[in-house]
Design a protein around this ligand. Structure first.
Ligand SMILES: [Zn+2]
Length: 234
């Protein structure tokens, strides 16, 4: 690798890190005041292990994107052989809003099973347990995950979306629908981990507002959405 290549890679990495820092500032500006005004548990904002989760936030923001491309491409190529061409053609003709709905449905279903399996297979649980290891919860715990766990769940979630042609892994869309779903999905992921004492839905429901409270029991719940996939809607 030449020095030029190295500098270019470093530039890409720095730019991606800067983008993550901006998003973190946005999420902190939304959730830190909410956690202060409507706390579920009394705790300091800079709680113990806040720095650890900050590290997870940046590592998990960068690593899956760097290594997921090749394995997903191979699996998508293989699975294409098993999907009738007529189905792929019909999906390709769908309007973007329908693709967005289908992406959410397929992504959430696939993520649910990836998450559930990671609670039941000891090898996967060893990595997934990191996510459930937080002693105190706040919005940043959303980012706490072992990179292996992150790669596993994203791989399972994104593969059917790309295989069905709902989104194109090579093209980053920036339409209003894609942006809206990306933002909503990300916000939901941070909200369900936050230290905000709002209850959504009927009292005693385990699905809201904070599925991550499943710790330390090993019962899985639906988690973040397929938000990152819709960035690539055709
Ligand atoms: Zn879990």
């Amino acid at each position: 690798m030449t020095a030029d290549h190295l500098i270019r890679h470093l530039e890409v990495l720095l730019l991606a890190s800067a983008r993550l820092a901006v998003w973190l500032a946005v999420f902190a500006a939304i959730f830190a005041p909410l956690e202060r005004l409507f706390p579920l548990a009394r705790q300091r904002i800079l709680r113990k292990e806040f720095g650890v989760d900050l590290g997870y936030y940046f590592i998990n923001g960068l690593v899956p994107g760097l290594i997921l491309g090749p394995p997903i491409s191979v699996v998508v190529l293989l699975t294409h052989h098993f999907i009738p061409g007529g189905v792929l053609g019909a999906i390709a003709a769908w309007p973007v809003w329908l693709k967005a709905c289908a992406t959410m449905l397929v992504g959430e279903t696939a993520y649910y099973w990836a998450h559930r399996i990671s609670h039941h297979v000891p090898f996967l649980w060893r990595f997934h347990a990191v996510h459930h290891s937080a002693e105190k919860l706040d919005f940043l715990v959303n980012a706490r995950a072992h990179p292996v766990d992150m790669v596993w769940s994203r791989m399972v979630m994104l593969t059917p979306i790309y295989a069905l042609g709902l989104a194109n892994p090579m093209h980053f869309g920036d339409g209003a629908i894609a942006t809206g779903i990306l933002l909503t999905g990300s916000m939901w992921g941070y909200f369900i981990h936050s230290n905000v004492g709002w209850r959504l839905g009927p009292p005693r429901s385990d699905s809201s507002p904070r599925p991550a409270r499943a710790r330390p029991s090993r019962s899985p719940t639906i988690g973040p959405s397929a938000a990152m996939a819709v960035r690539t809607l055709k």
